[in-house]
Write a protein that binds this ligand. Structure first.
Ligand code: 6AU
Length: 521
């Protein structure tokens, strides 16, 4: 008997396949029920399943760095494969932790690593897709999934649409054939199940709105987007303090509320590489980016040295830096080249407009020059420091300083607007707030208030763009903002039905787009 037949019969013997009439989660009555959870009680069968999946992995020649099992049944299978292959494993939590790092993917990986998904059974492919989306959001590449059983209910095509290749040990049709051949089920039962399978092809109900230049394929940009979304924060704290110890202490308290911490390393009286490493550790633990507001403004050669050498060795620790384009595009070219010597992903924000009174940057030609430079170096430039929305492309994050809820300016030319004016009026994605938080009586409470205000306005704005993208004759919004606390954004009446609408970024490197997923209730 062939190894595949042997495996099918073993699964039959331990009642992984049940025939009769079963009500599925969806309410549909099914003549077959497959429960692969039982395999964990049979070490020999578990090992045999892992061996079969290993063979597929070997024969498919897919290169990969990590393996991610979909909870729960696939986890022990993935563990065995990882041990056999001596490959690291990743885990996707079912829910993000609501304490500590709020991570959804556990385990070590690097941006652009290739990860294979392992699953026990595929029907529509939705759990593989959900897992892939979480991995994409972390900058990983996912192109292949291996499953034990394909129920042949359109899962392969659904996965194909997301550019994921499906490899399977068994198709349900092969299982049925084998069980009939060995007299375990009758022809009639097999036919019944086949008819059910053919009559229940399940496409994912997805309405995809593609936005062409949604280029979030570079890791630092992806990380930023993910942080904003996961933490529900578009607040950057401008920690203009002269003590790094104080900044570290403050970031431990406020880190959970911000997406980015901005510092000026040249005003620090106690700078050391050890201390800045400590701040970097806090930024990784509490999940925010570090921006060194260096405002580089010299010729390329000098700037490359300022970025990588000297006391500060900025490139070693700053995820992002600010740059004036005054000297011409060579400055960005130099920084990008210098950043390539660093192991981690780096980027920069171009200063396009300033908040201070009489700023010479407030000139159309100048700003156009900055935008052109951003386009040319769009792998390294992830956004602007600006006072208005500069391009219709949402490739660039617009970061706006000069924000205060109560003051209108200082004695030295700074001019303030409120968070709502910055986001709604001026199109800011990220709001940079300094003294409004630093000079307040309770910095933590004030930071929380700014986080809430900024993200609420940001979400309202995003929702209204979602509204307009869905406002075709066949769709109309029936319920509004009450679902903000989850990833589900709203409910719409679409094509005659009521749907939950989810907005998410598909960060598949080869096919970046934003899509609106529509799920039936
Ligand atoms: O909120 P504040 O006024 O206490 O701090 C604003 C911070 C300061 C400035 O150096 C910086 O934002 N800034 C910038 C940046 C970020 O480059 C540009 C600008 O036009 N205005 C401005 O205030 O750290």
């Amino acid at each position: 008997m062939g190894a595949i037949d042997q495996l099918i019969l073993q699964l039959f013997d331990i009642e992984a396949f049940k025939f009769g009439s079963f009500k599925l989660k969806s309410g549909i009555q099914s003549p077959i029920y497959i429960d692969l959870r039982v395999i964990i009680s049979y070490p020999d069968i578990l090992r045999s399943v892992a061996n079969h999946m290993n063979n597929i992995l070997q024969n498919s020649n897919v290169s990969f760095n990590e393996i991610c099992g979909v909870p729960y049944t696939a986890l022990p299978i993935a563990s065995i494969i990882c041990v056999d292959y001596k490959r690291p494993m990743l885990l996707r939590r079912k829910e993000a932790k609501n304490y500590g790092t709020k991570k959804i993917i556990e385990g070590k990986f690097r941006p652009n690593d290739r990860c294979i998904i392992i699953e026990d059974i595929v029907t529509t492919g939705s759990s593989v897709i959900e897992t892939a989306e979480s991995l994409w959001a972390e900058g990983l590449q996912v192109t292949d999934a291996i499953v034990l059983i394909d129920r042949e209910q359109h899962g392969e095509k659904n996965l194909q649409e997301k550019n994921i290749r499906l490899h399977r040990v068994l198709k349900i049709s092969e299982v049925l054939d084998c069980l009939v051949r060995h007299g375990k089920i009758t022809e009639e039962v097999s036919k019944n199940v086949s008819e059910f399978i053919h009559g229940n092809q399940m496409q994912l109900p997805t309405l995809k709105i593609e936005i062409e230049d949604k280029n979030i394929s570079i890791p630092i940009r992806q990380r930023f987007q993910t942080i904003i979304k996961e933490k529900k924060s578009n607040l950057c704290l401008s920690a203009d303090l002269t003590s790094l110890d104080e900044i570290i202490e403050l970031s431990n308290l406020i880190g959970k509320n911000i997406c980015m911490l901005k510092i000026h390393c040249d005003i620090l009286t106690d700078f050391s590489m050890d201390k800045i490493q400590e701040l970097k550790d806090v930024s990784r633990r509490l999940n925010f980016l570090l921006l060194e507001d260096r405002k580089f403004a010299d010729i390329g050669n000098t700037v490359a040295l300022q970025y990588t050498k000297g006391l500060f060795q900025i490139a070693e620790w700053a995820d992002l830096v600010t740059v004036h384009v005054l000297p011409g595009e060579g400055i960005v070219q130099a920084l990008e080249q210098a950043a390539q010597t660093i192991n981690e992903s780096r980027g920069c924000l171009l200063i396009a407009q300033m908040s201070s009174k009489g700023a010479l940057t407030n000139n159309e030609d100048y700003v156009n020059g900055v935008i052109k430079c951003a386009e040319k170096y769009s792998d390294f430039v992830i956004g602007f420091i600006s006072q208005s929305r500069l391009t219709t492309s949402d490739k660039y994050l617009h970061c706006t300083p000069g924000v205060h809820l109560t003051n209108t300016g200082d004695q030295l030319g700074q001019q303030y607007v409120t968070p709502r004016q910055a986001i709604d009026g001026r199109g800011a994605d990220i709001v940079i707030v300094g003294r409004a938080i630093l000079d307040s009586i309770n910095r933590v409470k004030t930071a929380e208030a700014y986080q809430q205000e900024c993200y609420q306005v940001y979400e309202e704005l995003h929702l209204s763009s979602l509204y307009s993208s869905l406002s075709s004759p066949s769709s109309s919004i029936i319920r509004e903002t009450h679902l903000f606390t989850t990833r589900t954004f709203t409910k719409v009446n679409l094509l005659g039905g009521s749907f939950n609408v989810k907005l998410y970024h598909n960060t598949n490197v080869n096919n970046s787009y934003t899509s609106v997923d529509v799920e039936t209730e």
